[in-house]
Design a protein around this ligand. Structure first.
Ligand SMILES: Cc1cc2nc3c(=O)[nH]c(=O)nc-3n(C[C@H](O)[C@H](O)[C@H](O)COP(=O)(O)O)c2cc1C
Length: 665
């Protein structure tokens, strides 16, 4: 294929004393890759160094949570990530500093730079008695002078450790509801002393923190701040006020770079924007900062981050002067090698992030212990070391048949073929993708199709014999005399057969709506027993087609399995397209002219009428008949059941399951 000219993306940049080898930055992402609390272990190194090896020039790794002046008599509070505890921060342990030095050496060995982010978490402490994090109602303890001084000193103390480790840069976290942010925001900083007031006064804390760090590291390290280009909350600073604050900070001559993003920990957008937001939607924040700081000499470099998942887009943004450096975090989670692939003209081989936000959801509300990073489409994330140890070319190439080309089947086929097996994949539909393809049909989720393109390209590249529109059965499979068979035939929608009237003609399945196999009338009731994205996705699909949609949902709110960082973005969409949600009810009976609901908590029943169509979204049940038949037949040496056909969960689980099978065949 023809090579794109990445003239800007791969040119180096001097940022203060730090020479960044190219413009691609892994801004800080606390994905919990270390499995040893309070330490930066070999999993951490494997995870972040994979990105440096893959060509990312700036490695921000995971944040350093700083200690706060908790009164000594308060019980210690231990945080999820990085071994944070309220009385002792991880960086204060000399072993942590040694880990960091080892990590920095590994980053440097791959020609990248290491930047440390210093963060004071915020909820318990703030400049004023105003809740800082939207999702919490803590009225924080108001910082007194001595406590402010304590916080400022922690920046200096942590900077000393960062410098000793050999890291190249330091960034103070002043975005996302951190302490730095809460001083900048007019919502959370209502002080009337020298720390509060207008934009020029509210920046004082950040400037003093920068001064403390500078005093510690001198000109040996690049120094910057991470800050949101606008607040998306009532009364918050807008972009004009942000620009004024940034100018005031930069005027002090302490800044080598500013790292601009947008969004909050909770709300819409979150700072890890989902596919509902456009690529680099808030890029103008970068351009404005470039213009405002243009006259300064030296001018601080401008880094902009936010849903840049593609090197071609990154190049355009740089070329068009929106920023000097691009943040590409999830791009590197989905594919740590994307930068090298781009430079080598292998664009077709890049697995692009689909912005499903599973990574941040897992990091903020982990479902596993020890916490491991998760990605819906990259099976290696979170188990880099295991993959390094176990991924080997197949000793004896085997004849492998995979049935089903959804995530699990495609990954099983891809990995098995990469290892040297001869693989045939049967898919019933016209394209690979399974449920991912279905999900991509709904508004704001078209990026999901990128994963289907990736699998299609990969099948060709690794030489899988893909047979589309083919319903494989026992005979088809056996005719190929396979040594190993993977059944990844997915799942089918669950039908609550015990409900009277469920087979009336105006009751249809949600999946059939997305597939275009079922139509609805004007007034639609969605009956939902599904707590992830299926229900909101189908509701929006119908609302976009002008239907009046009401959701009757079993749980306390829609999407209870969607974590705090992402749920706001989903519920905002529901609000915008006028979908009404009725929580805590289940379907009891359907009649021609209406239906009966039962409270999820008791015996109360409610009658509804006036709806033309009932759409059921009840999750799905495994479709594993073929597996049962092959098992009974007993002629296949290695037989596997993968993904939703084993049990329907989310994308990441299917991807990992399939890939792991590909690894062991
Ligand atoms: C799992 C995860 C953890 C994150 N943790 C942090 C963090 O500790 N500090 C921070 O400033 N940003 C954090 N971020 C935000 C990223 O730096 C980045 O701004 C965001 O992912 C949007 O960029 P992207 O679209 O390139 O992924 C995190 C993002 C992810 C995905």
């Amino acid at each position: 294929m023809s090579k794109v000219n990445f003239e800007h993306l791969f040119s180096p940049l001097q940022v203060g004393p730090m020479r960044v080898p190219n413009r691609i930055c892994e801004t800080t992402n606390t994905i919990n890759s270390s499995m040893t609390p309070g330490r930066l272990d070999e999993h951490f190194i494997a995870h972040h160094v994979a990105k440096a090896k893959g060509g990312t020039g700036w490695i921000g790794s995971e944040t350093w949570l700083l200690n706060l002046p908790f009164p000594p008599e308060t019980p210690d509070e231990v945080g999820l990530s990085m071994g944070f505890s309220s009385h002792q921060a991880a960086y204060q342990d000399p072993a942590f500093g040694e880990d960091m030095a080892k990590f920095v050496r590994a980053v440097h060995a791959n020609d990248a730079v290491a930047v440390v982010q210093l963060t004071h978490l915020n909820a318990v402490w703030a400049p004023s008695a105003v809740p800082v994090v939207g999702a919490q109602d803590y009225t924080p303890h108001v910082l007194g002078e001595e406590e402010i001084e304590f916080c400022l000193q922690t920046y200096a103390a942590a900077a000393r450790v960062a410098k000793a480790s050999g890291a190249d840069g330091i960034e103070i976290h002043c975005a996302h509801e951190t302490l730095g942010y809460s001083f900048l925001s007019p919502v959370t900083n209502r002080r009337t002393d020298r720390w509060g007031g207008g934009p020029q006064e509210r920046v004082r804390f950040v400037i003093e923190a920068l001064e403390r760090i500078r005093a510690e590291v001198g000109d040996s390290m690049a120094l910057g701040i991470r800050v949101g280009g606008k607040e998306f909350r009532q009364g918050g600073y807008d972009n004009m006020e942000f620009r004024e604050m940034l100018y005031c900070i930069a005027e002090e001559g302490l800044l080598d770079f500013v790292d601009i993003d947008a969004g909050h920990c909770w709300g819409a957008p979150s700072y890890v924007p989902s596919s509902y937001y456009s690529h680099a939607e808030f890029r103008e924040f970068g351009k404005a900062a470039m213009a405002d700081l243009a006259e300064m000499d030296p001018r601080p470099a401008v880094l902009f981050t936010g849903r840049i998942n593609d090197p071609v887009l990154a190049e355009e943004i740089l070329r068009d002067g929106f920023c000097d450096l691009v943040g590409m975090v999830r791009a590197g989670i989905a594919d740590p090698e994307f930068a090298n692939k781009a430079r080598e003209g292998r664009l077709n081989e890049i697995r692009r992030c689909i912005s499903c936000t599973r990574c941040i959801d897992e990091a903020s509300e982990p479902a596993t212990f020890p916490y491991t990073p998760m990605c819906s489409i990259n099976p290696v994330i979170g188990s880099e070391l295991r993959w390094q140890e176990t991924y080997k070319p197949a000793g004896t190439p085997r004849n492998v048949v995979v049935v089903g080309g959804g995530l699990a089947g495609a990954e099983a086929a891809r990995i098995a073929a990469m290892r040297g097996h001869k693989v045939t994949l049967f898919e019933r539909e016209k394209r690979l993708g399974g449920q991912v393809l279905l999900a991509s049909k709904s508004p704001g989720r078209d990026d999901f199709e990128d994963q289907v393109y990736f699998e299609e390209n990969e099948m060709e590249r690794v030489g899988v014999d893909v047979r589309l529109q083919t319903n494989a059965n026992l005979d088809t499979i056996k005719s190929l005399s396979p040594d190993a068979v993977v059944i990844a035939t997915g799942s089918t929608p669950r039908v609550p057969n015990d409900i009277p009237g469920i087979d009336l003609p105006h009751v249809v399945q949600g999946w059939d709506i997305l597939r275009g196999r079922a139509q609805t009338g004007e007034r639609v009731a969605i009956i939902s027993q599904e707590d992830y994205y299926e229900t909101p996705t189908i509701a929006e699909f119908l609302a976009e087609r002008g239907k009046q949609v009401e959701v009757f949902h079993k749980s306390v709110h829609l999407g209870t399995e969607i974590a705090r960082y992402s749920i706001g973005m989903v519920l905002k969409r529901m609000e915008q397209c006028g979908v009404k949600i009725h929580p805590s009810v289940v379907l009891n009976a359907v009649r021609e002219d209406g239906f009966e609901l039962l409270s999820s908590w008791g015996d109360m029943t409610y009658q509804q009428e006036g709806f033309d169509t009932l759409v059921l979204v009840y999750g799905s049940v495994p479709q594993a008949d073929l597996h049962a038949q092959l098992k009974a037949d007993g002629s296949i040496e290695q037989l596997y059941l993968a993904g939703s056909a084993w049990t329907p969960r989310h994308m990441a689980e299917a991807t990992r399951h399939g890939a792991n099978i590909g690894l062991v065949i």
